[in-house]
Design a protein around this ligand. Structure first.
Ligand SMILES: NC(=O)c1ccc[n+]([C@@H]2O[C@H](COP(=O)([O-])OP(=O)(O)OC[C@H]3O[C@@H](n4cnc5c(N)ncnc54)[C@H](OP(=O)(O)O)[C@@H]3O)[C@@H](O)[C@H]2O)c1
Length: 293
């Protein structure tokens, strides 16, 4: 990591959630290589410190570690408070955290875990950090969605799979929610001094889905692993959207394989985006959310 001081991200402060492993750790490492001062969020102190040590060993000595279980709304709020105390600026927020569960799990708040971790956590964290991002402008919010958004549907009558849960449906819904949130955020910040974009990292060999795997993960994924992208390769689009100078004013886009790409038709449904924003604000108890457009 020899080029640190002169890198394109020199002196930029970047916060990456899910930074203790997988695509998030590789994203943090890649941005540190471009000179950014990275802060990573993980749920386990030992794993998060180990990831920070790897980034430090690659040459970036100043890596901040934050620990929070982002499936808990109280811990998202505590994390935001700590971030606001410790980081004078946030130039880039990478909402990378996410997961897949084959069976329905319920969080400490009584919420379905996929919806809570994949959608509500980035929704709440971004809202709580938005003033700091705005003060730091030009700033960027990058949210890691997935091509699974293409099969997603927001089931407003059963958002949390109480009546009928399927891991694949919950995951696709949450990744579509990432896009509806990103596009609505971009519409609320029209001068693009803070941009909001989403990415698909590709199919990447990580610990994704390992906590509660379905039959596809158990039976098929082991054979597919050799053909999957390595985390460093899966992180390239996140790194690009977080750092490329020519994307400084580009907002409200979905990137796949380094290129802007049209997402599923229902991801552009503005009425659904506003409805989801309002339902989400109610669920997380956001009293003064950014007003949807
Ligand atoms: N892998 C793929 O093929 C793929 C494809 C499309 C999209 N994505 C998206 O890419 C993102 C990253 O996935 P990944 O493949 O890198 O998964 P991963 O290897 O499972 O890594 C997930 C990261 O999030 C952390 N995390 C998990 N639950 C958490 C919680 N409750 N609170 C705080 N941190 C938590 C993990 O911490 P620990 O180290 O403690 O586990 C880890 O750092 C996700 O949003 C996923 O939906 C992945």
């Amino acid at each position: 990591m020899a080029q640190l001081p002169g890198g394109t991200m020199s002196r930029r402060l970047v916060l990456v959630t899910g930074g203790s492993g997988g695509i998030g750790k590789a994203t943090a490492l890649g941005l540190a290589r471009l000179g950014a001062r990275v802060s990573i969020v993980g749920r386990d102190l030992r794993r998060t410190e180990a990831a920070a040590d790897e980034i430090r060993a690659a040459g970036q000595r100043r890596v901040n570690v934050f620990v929070a279980d982002l499936s808990s709304l109280a811990q998202v709020r505590r994390l935001a408070d700590e971030v606001l105390q410790r980081l004078p600026r946030i130039d880039v927020l990478v909402n990378n955290v996410g997961g897949y569960w084959n069976t329905r799990h319920v969080t400490a708040d009584g919420l379905e875990r996929t919806f809570a971790l994949n959608h509500l956590a980035p929704f709440l964290l971004t809202n709580l950090l938005l003033d700091r991002l705005t003060e730091s402008a030009p700033a960027r919010v990058v949210t890691v969605s997935s091509q699974a958004q293409a099969g997603g549907r927001i089931d407003f009558d059963d958002l949390q799979g109480v009546r009928d849960y399927s891991g694949a449906r919950a995951y696709s819904q949450s990744k579509l929610a990432n896009l509806l949130f990103t596009y609505e955020l971009a519409r609320t910040l029209p001068d693009a001094s803070v941009t909001a974009n989403a990415v698909h990292p590709g199919v990447v060999n990580t610990s994704f889905g390992a906590e509660d795997p379905g039959s596809v993960q158990r039976l098929l994924v082991p054979f597919l692993r050799p053909f999957m992208k390595k985390p460093a390769s899966g992180a390239t689009t996140s790194i690009q959207v977080a750092s490329a100078p020519d994307l400084e004013r580009v907002t409200g886009r979905y990137f796949d394989n380094g290129k802007p790409r049209r997402s599923a038709e229902n991801s552009y449904d503005e009425a659904a985006a506003i409805r989801l924003w309002q339902v989400s604000a109610d669920l997380v108890g956001l009293t003064s959310p950014v007003q949807p457009s």
